[in-house]
Design a protein around this ligand. Structure first.
Ligand code: PLP
Ligand code: COI
Length: 365
């Protein structure tokens, strides 16, 4: 699109790593470290609106030490991926859903609203210029991290009058090392992630900072992730530090916590899997489910499969829950159950362009 191409000022990186070095990184990228050469930046100034869209060589930011983001955490982000299709082309999965969720997060955090088309164009431009960083499908994906920070230098507690929207990206393999198989999850009984009226529904950095002590506690118990319970009764499953959770029962019903509590991130993977599950004839229930019930249903063999889902995690089986009450094993604690496997396969086939896309979710870059 030439009009928008000229709207973004493009400054190419000239002193990047060699193609050989890049290929080495992209062949075994890990998660969240193998950053691409460029970044997209759009600036917001009150009274002027969004302006100066640019693609720049990836570089450190210059921020005033009084920038509001550093003091009052006015910050939001998104997580999405670009996928290498069989014909070598590059695909995005439901990018407009990320753009809309970004607007919702901005609204909650009193930040400027970035128009959906600017969000999408910035992602498109960055993926295009850094397309050599999109791994082969057998290796992984390009993980894309759009975010917005409050840059006004002002220590009064008020919404910033200046923001920067930035998109960075990295080549990415599995979020959980593949030898993990089914992961283990710590059930957090002390801290909570979100309460009604809080910021759980927004994808803001503070939610993740607040989850880290629980994550450390989980790690100390040998767990990969943390499951948070509701703030009021400390009883109902909500979600994990960075992914939603789903349960499969012996009668084929798929259950996941509902969104109407306003405390859970509206996962795009979650929404997509519920649609695919219904397409596959499963009964889908978005309803509250108690942790005691989970322990009881697992022990009685009624609860057959549990999995985590999200952009980074894709669909990851959970084999064990651990808490102060003891351990609870799902199935044999190791294998991926048939429903989990089928949903993961169906989702990935669509995302990587290997099958038809009945819901028109995939967009070619
Ligand atoms: N819940 C939390 C707290 C997350 O950070 C994420 C990841 O983005 C998700 C759920 C899953 O959301 P999505 O499927 O849109 O990536
Ligand atoms: C994502 O899945 O995109 C997230 O933001 C989760 C994070 C744990 C990487």
């Amino acid at each position: 699109d030439t009009a928008l191409e000229t709207a973004f000022k493009i400054t190419r990186k000239t002193d990047g790593i060699s193609a050989v070095e890049r290929e080495r990184l992209v062949a075994d990228p890990g998660f969240g470290r193998a950053f691409t050469d460029h970044m997209a930046v759009i600036t917001y100034t009150e009274g002027r609106g969004w302006h100066s869209p640019e693609i720049l060589p990836r570089q450190p930011l210059m921020l005033d030490p009084a920038a509001s983001v550093l003091h009052y955490a006015q910050e939001i982000f998104e997580g999405m991926k670009a996928y290498r299709a069989p014909d070598g082309g590059i695909l995005l999965f439901r990018p407009e859903a990320n753009a809309r969720r970004f607007q919702k997060s901005a609204e909650r955090m009193a930040m400027a609203q970035l128009p959906e088309d600017l969000f999408l164009e910035a992602v498109d431009q960055l993926v295009t210029i850094d397309q050599a960083w999109v791994p082969k499908p057998e290796v992984g994906t390009l993980y894309i991290r759009p975010f917005m920070i409050a840059t006004e230098a002002a220590l009064g507690v008020k919404p910033s009058a200046e923001f920067k929207f930035i998109v960075i990206a990295c080549a990415a393999g599995e979020y959980f090392s593949s030898d993990a198989g089914a992961v283990s999850v710590w059930v957090e009984e002390n801290s909570v992630r979100a309460s009604r009226g809080g910021t759980g529904i927004a994808k803001c950095g503070g939610n993740y900072a607040a989850s880290l002590t629980a994550q450390m506690e989980g790690k100390a118990h040998g767990c990969h992730q943390v499951l948070f319970l509701d703030a009021e009764e400390r009883r109902w499953l909500e979600e994990m530090g960075g992914m939603n959770v789903m349960m499969v029962f012996e009668d084929g019903t798929l259950v996941t916590p509902p969104l109407d509590t306003g405390t859970i991130l509206h996962g795009i993977t979650r929404d997509s899997l519920l649609t695919l599950a219904r397409d596959n004839g499963l009964t889908v229930k978005e309803e509250r489910y108690a942790i005691d019930q989970l322990y009881a249903d697992a022990a009685a063999g009624r609860l057959k499969e549990v999995f985590a889902c999200g952009t980074a995690a894709v669909v990851t089986p959970i084999g064990t829950f651990k808490s102060g009450k003891g351990d609870c094993t799902i199935g044999d604690g190791r294998s991926t159950g048939p429903v989990t496997a089928k949903l993961r396969q169906t989702l990935c086939d669509i995302q990587f362009g290997r099958t038809n896309d009945p819901h028109d979710w995939v967009k070619r870059v």
